[in-house]
Ligand binder design. Sequence first.
Ligand SMILES: Cc1cc2nc3c(=O)[nH]c(=O)nc-3n(C[C@H](O)[C@H](O)[C@H](O)COP(=O)(O)OP(=O)(O)OC[C@H]3O[C@@H](n4cnc5c(N)ncnc54)[C@H](O)[C@@H]3O)c2cc1C
Length: 403
Amino acid sequence: MSDAEKIVIVGASLAGARAAEGAREAGFEGEIVLIGDEPERPYERPPLSKDYLRGEKDDLAWVHEESFYAEHDIDLRTSTFVSGIDPSAGTVLVEGGDPEPYDRLLLATGCEPRRIDIPGAELDGIHYLRSAGDSAELGERLREGIRLVVVGAGWIGSEVAASARQKGCEVILVEPQEVPLQSVLGTEVGGVYAEIHLEQGVDFKSGTGVEAFLGEGSVSKVRTTAGEIEADLVVVGVGAVPRTGLAEAAGLELNNGVPVDAGLRTEAEGIYAAGDITNQFHPFFNDRIRVEHWANARRQGFAAGRSMAGAEVIYDDLPYFFSDQYDVGMEYVGFASDWDEVVIRGSKENREFIAFWLKDGRIQAGMNVNIWDVSETIGELIKSKRQIDLVALADPDTDLATI
Ligand SMILES: Cc1cc2nc3c(=O)[nH]c(=O)nc-3n(C[C@H](O)[C@H](O)[C@H](O)COP(=O)(O)OP(=O)(O)OC[C@H]3O[C@@H](n4cnc5c(N)ncnc54)[C@H](O)[C@@H]3O)c2cc1C
């Protein structure tokens, strides 16, 4: 067990809150201070582009019950911004407060939306989506009949487009690549999402870049590489960037986020990182990966808490994420940045299938669409690193577990 007496966590969201839980679970009895600049206690973000955005849920998806923090003696400080870290003094600098000493420090500062810097970017009516406040404000403006231009058909853009259609908005989805989600899913599987959006009445403009937002005070048109589009509202979903300002100011090495080892330790003594900001050495991939998804923040955060408490931790869970668009739900397990074959098991047309991405005959990642309870088996196939019989893999009548 660690001899640390005080853990300070910066970033009171999913990774941070789960780290506090993990530290207590591992038996840490010292002080835990969990600091975040948002006004709410830690909540989960996935509903912010789904049912919460559509106004179907009033309450946020809290990471823990309100009573959890007091019950576990966790000093949660919301609406509190951390402006710096002094590793040599072992303190974090809290805006408007005294420096907070730590024995172990966790950086769980997450990501922020990537901004696009084009003319008109400051006009009213141009939205980004990260926080509960962003979602509430956008949801309020997504009224039936308005023309919404969504810039970027990644996960957030695609989900916002779906939610806006479900709310009766006219939706134009603008994407420089050929199909939605192309960089993660490739053209074949991304093409399924293009069809789904088209069927649902989204005007999907592929191969189209955005050059400027036009309007007097508020946005009324978007100038694209394919011409001008009328717009009452715009949502920009062009990716997220890790919030590494604190780490950088503290002199930590940066490399696509904050590099950590399998125990979630940075190169600086006593400083750990978890969640969207980490670029972790992952033992299974024998490489660094940075994952911007819910399950990673949830599990890796918990693991970081245990690690800070002195437990032996090797975080090697496979990446997992999910998305819901209209009545199409999916889960994705693994990590495929490069593949030479895509195998489809089931029916793309009926939207009930599993897609596998393979390299050299081995499964790198699998995605089940409207088929459930298979992620664990897919994970085992990936972990086995076995050469897979492609005919059996593509055959829905062959039990996945026997392949
Ligand atoms: C709209 C939306 C929908 C999503 N949907 C899905 C989904 O369907 N499936 C999925 O797998 N993933 C989804 N994600 C991704 C998932 O929510 C993130 O991976 C997860 O939130 C990362 O958690 P985190 O704790 O690492 O970071 P974050 O949730 O970004 O939290 C970081 C926290 O640190 C705070 N902070 C930063 N700097 C400071 C500072 N200096 N001082 C104080 N506080 C600070 C931030 O305000 C924030 O509260 C979605 C994300 C968004 C935005």
